[in-house]
Design a binder for this molecule. Structure first.
Ligand SMILES: Cc1ncc(COP(=O)(O)O)c(C=O)c1O
Length: 395
């Protein structure tokens, strides 16, 4: 056991991202739930105090212009862009992921044109994507074809309008082949729509490099934007002039204050906006993104893989054989930034872990999830979590 503790200490000492932990408010628990709700960056409360008392309290309506409130959705989109490999002008922040899935799926069917009546949807998806795609399909006269990511290639065909996939599976932590599946969709003449909720901020995405058409993601997980912070929508530049939003609210109008009865879409990512942005959440997100200044996503990915490797090694060494089984793939190319362990009494085990200061979460019926956020989780945390897991399982 002490061997792992010593290794953890050495790995933490050598970790070039270790100092970033100080940027967050944390306690002495091991927080492995940043894949659900990221931790609070230390400077955000003071920034929000200023937003509330000065920008809202003192400047009131003037802040739409003077404090840059009106342009926040596209400005913050440009802050997220480098984290997901997008050039500026293609991401807009606002609404929930669910709403952005709706915009993206309907827009994709419109971009695909006539004669294609199928939408392939990840059968293992986070449920909201499937619910929304089902409704979008009914509204647009399409049919949803549920398909596991491994079977997407064989399911693609001349009838496929769009494919809606998760970059990382929320339950298993499996990383899907975004470059390969995007290329396969394109070969079939279809559009590729990706949900980045569990990858943005944890690993390189390369939206532009891989020719993704549309993408959505949330900001409250690895991007630490706060509970319910707004999601984002990516529309590749080549599609923007024909991107036809199913929710053409007034803030996506070319001249919103002209208040004309006829709709004329704005250019660029602004076209993905809907209504008045939720400024408080949005500005908390904007402030929280400061922690990324000077941080490379490649180094985050390297640390994430090292952390999850080390955690799996500690689990294998500490936990009695057969008590848990990893469901997250061992291969780096197939692993996101979480480790999921199948465990018969997962619910009771997670309760006991949380009581002992190891905060992960549970996906019923039998999956323990441990998310590793490289900005603030260290190797000693991974060792401690595995050790306490073994203690809990030994009871
Ligand atoms: C993969 C995925 N998609 C969508 C969502 C839901 O997003 P929202 O609640 O912002 O609509 C989640 C939430 O955890 C998720 O993990």
């Amino acid at each position: 056991m002490s061997d792992f503790k010593e290794r953890a200490e050495a790995l933490d000492t050598a970790d070039e991202l270790a100092a970033l932990r100080e940027l967050f408010i944390l306690d002495d628990s091991v927080y492995l739930d940043g894949n659900s709700l990221g931790a609070l960056p230390r400077h955000v409360p003071a920034r929000m105090q200023d937003v509330i008392t000065r920008e809202w309290g003192a400047l009131r309506i003037r802040s739409w212009d003077e404090s840059g409130w009106w342009t926040a959705p596209e400005r913050i989109g440009d802050r997220i862009a480098p984290l997901v490999g997008a050039a500026p002008g293609q991401i807009v922040v606002g609404d929930s992921t669910s709403v952005n899935v709706f915009k993206a799926v309907v827009a994709a069917t419109r971009l695909a044109g006539e004669g294609r009546d199928e939408i392939l949807v990840d059968a293992t998806t986070f449920p909201t994507d499937g619910y929304i795609a089902g409704s979008a399909a009914r509204m647009t006269g399409h049919r949803v074809v549920p398909v596991t990511p491994a079977d997407v290639r064989s399911a693609l065909g001349p009838r496929t309008a769009a494919v809606l996939l998760n970059h990382v599976d929320y339950r298993t932590g499996r990383l899907h082949d975004l470059p390969g599946l995007t290329a396969a969709a394109h070969e079939a003449g279809a559009l590729a729509v990706w949900d980045l909720c569990h990858s943005a901020g944890a690993l390189p995405v390369g939206l532009d490099a891989h020719g993704v058409d549309l993408a959505v993601g949330c900001t409250y997980k690895y991007l630490n934007g706060g509970p319910g912070s707004p999601a984002y929508l990516y529309v590749a530049e080549r599609h923007q002039t024909v991107f036809d939003s199913p929710l053409p609210g007034w803030t996506s109008h070319a001249d919103p204050f002209a208040m004309t009865p006829g709709y004329a879409p704005a250019d660029g990512s602004v076209r993905g906006r809907v209504g008045t942005p939720d400024i408080l959440s949005m500005l908390a997100l904007e402030a929280s993104l400061d922690v990324w200044d000077g941080v490379s996503v490649d180094s985050v990915r390297a640390k994430s893989l090292a952390l999850t490797d080390f955690f799996l090694e500690c689990v294998a060494a500490y936990v009695p054989e057969g008590r848990v089984a990893p469901v997250t793939p061992a291969a780096h190319a197939e692993r996101g930034s979480q480790v999921s362990l199948r465990c018969d009494d997962a619910e009771a085990v997670m309760r006991a872990l949380i009581e002992r200061g190891v905060v992960g979460d549970l996906r019923r019926p039998d999956v323990l999830r441990f998310g590793f956020t490289p900005l603030y989780v260290g190797f000693a945390d991974a060792e401690r979590a595995a050790r306490i897991l073994a203690e809990v399982l030994a009871v």
